[in-house]
Design a protein around this ligand. Structure first.
Ligand code: AHM
Ligand code: MG
Length: 339
């Protein structure tokens, strides 16, 4: 059978399932093309002069790496002129980026974490790009007010597409448009995305967890209880041994969970009691939560489904617990029992 390209996959989704209007399909193709360009820069590493920091901080006070900035610029340049977007928002920019007047504007809103796993860039460990697409919702479409931050503040269940690109030993694009999860691998010789897995399913049970254990002393009781029980192994209440993996690139940790199951936690902790968590709701948690749910897993912040959270700010943070369904439900139950 001939291989299925990203374009063919998207056209068939549109034809058979009606889940992708043409402007959304074209927008996703542009995002995928931008990811190819980012993959080239990532692959060059020191030879391309792209490693190291630039000496600036983003809106969250994190030091920006050269590749954070490069990836952000590539995504903006690639997506500005196509006519499908009203605006973009990025983890690396303070405010939204409306489409400049010299280009036609469309109805979609694109959000991204241009380079996730920044601490891994300089040590040649897998990193990625995460993206989410929303549609501008206006009660009266004839009102043509300029696009603003409030247009972006939609719960994750309203996403119309979400995905990530993982720059690892292989470059992989993972995508959902609400009809399951598809994985494409970059064929470097052809420069083409080839469908390598469709209808991905995450096992409901697992013996593997991913959490930054160095924060253990700061966790809340329900998270501590869950991890303590995992660590107790066969002799403990779970009656089985658990393995642990932590790559510190959410894209890579989530990809492992899509491949073989597992649970990922970045919980609230008492170092920053006023912040719900480290990860960003709109650039990281929402797209990953939808992908995980579309593959049969679950995603909560401990008390609520992530996709139901009503965002109040663009750069809002959230606690994240996602992966194999039965484990996520267990951690969520521990939170309810402790409340
Ligand atoms: P980034 O977007 O600045 O790279 O930060 C997000 C990353 C996630 O990819 C990862 O899960 C987490 O931060 C790692 O945090 P830690 O350094 O505490 O292990
Ligand atoms: Mg990130």
């Amino acid at each position: 059978m001939s291989s299925v390209s990203l374009s063919r996959y998207l056209i068939e989704q549109q034809r058979v399932h009606g889940s992708i209007p043409p402007p959304l399909r074209l927008l996703l193709e542009v995002v995928a093309r931008a990811c190819k360009r980012i993959a080239i820069s990532v692959g060059k590493g020191a030879l391309g002069g792209v490693l190291g920091s630039v000496g600036t901080e983003n809106v969250q006070g994190e030091v920006q790496k050269k590749l954070d900035i490069i990836a952000n610029e590539v995504l903006i340049e690639a997506n500005e002129w196509g006519g499908h977007l009203a605006a973009m928002a990025s983890e690396e920019m303070d405010g939204i980026h409306p489409i400049p007047n010299r280009y036609p504007a469309g109805e979609y809103l694109l959000l991204f974490d241009p380079l996730d796993g920044s601490s891994n860039i300089d040590c040649n460990v897998s990193i990625g790009t995460i993206f989410s697409v929303l549609k501008k919702q206006r009660e009266d479409p004839s009102v043509i007010d300029p696009v603003c931050e409030a247009d972006f503040l939609q719960p994750g269940r309203q996403q119309v597409a979400a995905g990530y690109c993982l720059y690892g030993p292989q470059t992989t694009l993972v995508l959902t448009v609400g009809n399951g999860v598809a994985i494409f691998t970059l064929d470097r010789e052809q420069g083409a995305w080839v469908l390598t897995q469709d209808r991905v399913r995450i096992p409901e049970d697992t013996r593997e967890f991913a959490i930054n254990m160095s924060n253990m002393r700061h966790w809340a009781a329900p998270v501590r209880r869950y991890i303590d029980e995992c660590l107790a192994g066969k002799e403990g209440p779970r009656g089985k041994d658990f393995n642990m993996r932590w790559i510190a690139s959410m894209v890579a940790d989530v990809h492992r969970i899509l491949s073989r199951g597992g649970i990922f936690l970045y919980p609230w902790d008492k170092r920053e009691p006023d912040k719900p968590g480290k990860l960003r709701l709109m650039y990281e948690a929402n797209p990953m939560a939808w992908i995980i749910e579309q593959a049969g897993g679950a995603a909560t912040n401990g008390v609520q489904r992530i996709l139901d959270i009503q965002p109040r700010h663009l750069h809002e943070r959230v606690a994240v617990i996602l992966g194999s369904k039965n484990e996520v439900e267990r951690v969520t139950r521990y939170h309810t029992e402790a409340a």
